[in-house]
Design a protein around this ligand. Sequence first.
Ligand SMILES: Cc1cc2nc3c(=O)[nH]c(=O)nc-3n(C[C@H](O)[C@H](O)[C@H](O)COP(=O)(O)OP(=O)(O)OC[C@H]3O[C@@H](n4cnc5c(N)ncnc54)[C@H](O)[C@@H]3O)c2cc1C
Length: 386
Amino acid sequence: MDLELTPEQQMIKKTLHEFTDEVIIPQARENDRQERFPKDIINQLGEMGFSGAPLPQEYGGMGLDYIGEAILFEEIGRGDSSVRTCLSVQISLVELPILRWGTKEQKKKHLPRLAKAEILGCFGLTEPGAGSDPASILTSAQPKDGGWILNGTKTWISNGGVADLALIFAQTDLQKKHRGIAAFLVEKGTKGFSTQDIKGKLGLRASNTAELILENVWIPEENLLGKVGEGFNIALGSLDNGRYGVAAGCVGIGQACIEASVKYAKERHQFGKPIGSFQLVQEMIVDMVVETEAARLLVWRAGHLKNQGRPSTVETSIAKLFASEAAIRAANAAIQIHGGYGYSDEYPVERYLRDARVATIYEGTSQIQKLIIGRHYTGLDAFGGG
Ligand SMILES: Cc1cc2nc3c(=O)[nH]c(=O)nc-3n(C[C@H](O)[C@H](O)[C@H](O)COP(=O)(O)OP(=O)(O)OC[C@H]3O[C@@H](n4cnc5c(N)ncnc54)[C@H](O)[C@@H]3O)c2cc1C
């Protein structure tokens, strides 16, 4: 594995670094305060080609590999995790599943528009009664008139209220448990499909999160993604990609904490010296540097395996577990270094902590990541079976 970035990767990093500094960061605090979804930023990223960067060129993408994708999510996550979340969902949870499981027609119809962010997508798996255990979803899909009737409620869906296209997981036969689940593409405006925004989140306040309500929603057979019974695998495969993006975004939070803390520790004086000259302050900075670098290497290792088409589920879970928990530690320390000023949104570090907090919850909690890793090492499956 070569740890040097290629000239193309360096260019992408530079472009995104500048875009984050010049466009994303100046808007982040106000968007967070107002719980305002940054559609203009997403549009600009779409025009630059980053909304579909990992897609092949024939679908409007750049053919970015997984290391390139990690750079994308790290650089944007350094500025605003709400923007990163929107893009993660668009790329990892909507575009890549359609690319992998979609028909030619589905790919042609949706991918070029998703790649330019002309339309936004969302991923509807979680339900009020089914979070960590997605096999227990109750949203139903019944065949009718050459298509399907969907009924149910999805909750905590990122981009849910702003998406034009929803990837919905539904149960076709409760008796079959996870083998009965199927994935469907539901377009905004379909009769019986509505959304309700969820407000008042601790963090990710500029990210749109919504409940999706499906009341006798009829969709044609051609909107089925993959085959009936493949839905559970589509969900888990998508989450594997999603976790990779979350982990990379958390490396970005760690990096942002380092940059803010170093700057502040050099500017702020107490006892006649910059506070950065005190060993106990340096220790906090060093801990965040070491953990952020370790998290980045874990992400790149998972990306390296994905680039080669090798199994990477366990390595992705390790990266997501470590990077998300490390981002929380880094943001907490960054607040400590900023003292009282870190406790208000005059500085961005309190937002980093609030935004990092969700990363140990969504796309599989830290406990679920541990059970995935533990299953691999012990051969014992906590989720059922031996
Ligand atoms: C801001 C935000 C955005 C989200 N975006 C999306 C989205 O776009 N699409 C989507 O489908 N979902 C989304 N989610 C939902 C998210 O994936 C779920 O919240 C998450 O999977 C956990 O499910 P739950 O909230 O129902 O918690 P539960 O599953 O009820 O878990 C509660 C607690 O129990 C623990 N627990 C559960 N089972 C076990 C076990 N077997 N062993 C040990 N501990 C266990 C969990 O780790 C957790 O600590 C989002 C959530 C948030 C907060």
